[in-house]
Design a protein around this ligand. Structure first.
Ligand code: SAM
Length: 278
């Protein structure tokens, strides 16, 4: 019988954040596939665990992936870990999961630390709908294309960024979304020097103009305010439903959407109660 691939999230800074289930998974697996075995061995030492490890990273995934797959097909179980956070989120674990699922190997994901979720939840920006953009492309043309595609994006947007590219990225975000757009700059999450700045993109750029960015960053950017066409009943209804999802009681959601779109509050209210009673 084939083995299983387990995705075991590891702390993004605070060692206390590893879950009991993640530890049990590391303990039970036949071997661990790690992004950097030197980083993972430190975690294993902290957990007082000894386990055979293989390296699986961006530079060897083309050969290491099929080798891991063969071992899984032969019945071994593998726990995949990255340097920090949830495997397969902005790292080559994504390819191993694709390889295994395509080959019919069972994949089990253990929930755990993930920088984008920590940042989003603490950002103070709307969390009901969001888009994760990962790292922006380095290539100027591709970067511009990705940012241009986000100009009208109404959902909250989340970006990963390396410290040495932070300034350029803040400039590019200001060019794309305007310097007044709210942003949460989340630095060193869960670590001793955790810092979450909730300001505008312009203010963030100014702050880092004369302060060297250090540490790891997640940028959470507010979406574009919805383009309101007065009297648009469908849009008003959708807006009221969105406000409901965000936790507003029906009456207040209907009133707010009616005010924004200049349509009848009673109409929105009736539409939603009718839908909800179906
Ligand atoms: N798989 C990881 C996860 O679940 O978040 C992400 C891996 S990605 C290669 C690394 C990026 O995640 C960093 O460049 C940074 O943008 C973000 N990141 C990871 N840990 C972080 C932390 N403690 N604080 C802020 N950002 C962090």
């Amino acid at each position: 019988m084939a083995g299983k691939l387990y995705l075991a999230p590891t702390p993004i800074g605070n060692l206390g954040d590893i879950s009991r289930r993640a530890v049990e998974t590391l303990e039970a697996a036949d071997f661990i596939a790690a992004e950097d075995t030197r980083v993972t061995v430190k975690l294993l030492n902290h957990l007082e665990l000894k386990k055979p490890m293989v390296a699986y990273h961006r530079h060897n995934c083309d050969t290491a992936g099929p080798a891991i797959l063969r071992r899984l097909e032969d019945g071994e179980s593998c726990a995949l870990v990255t340097d920090a956070g949830t495997p397969a989120i902005s790292d080559p674990g994504e390819d191993l999961v694709a390889l295994c699922t395509a080959a019919g190997i069972e994949v089990e994901a253990i929930p755990g630390p993930c920088a984008l979720i920590v940042a989003l939840s603490a950002s103070g920006l709307p969390t009901g709908r969001f888009t994760f953009e990962g790292f922006l492309p380095l290539n100027k043309k591709n970067r511009r294309a990705q940012l241009d595609g986000l100009k009208a994006e109404e959902r909250t947007m989340i970006f990963y960024e390396a410290p040495h590219k932070l300034r350029t990225t803040l400039e590019d975000l200001a060019d794309t979304f305007g310097s007044e757009r709210p942003i949460a700059v989340c630095r060193e999450l869960t670590k001793l020097h955790e810092e979450i700045l909730r300001l505008t993109i312009g203010e963030a750029a100014e702050r880092y103009a004369d302060q060297e960015p250090r540490g790891e960053f997640v940028l959470v950017v507010a979406g574009c305010p919805p383009q309101i066409v007065e009297g648009d009943e469908d849009a008003a209804l959708a807006r009221a439903e969105q406000l409901r999802q965000e936790g507003l009681p029906l009456k207040r959601a209907a009133a707010q959407a009616a005010e924004e779109y200049k349509v009848k509050k009673r109409w929105i209210y009736n539409q939603i109660t009718e839908k909800e009673s179906e």
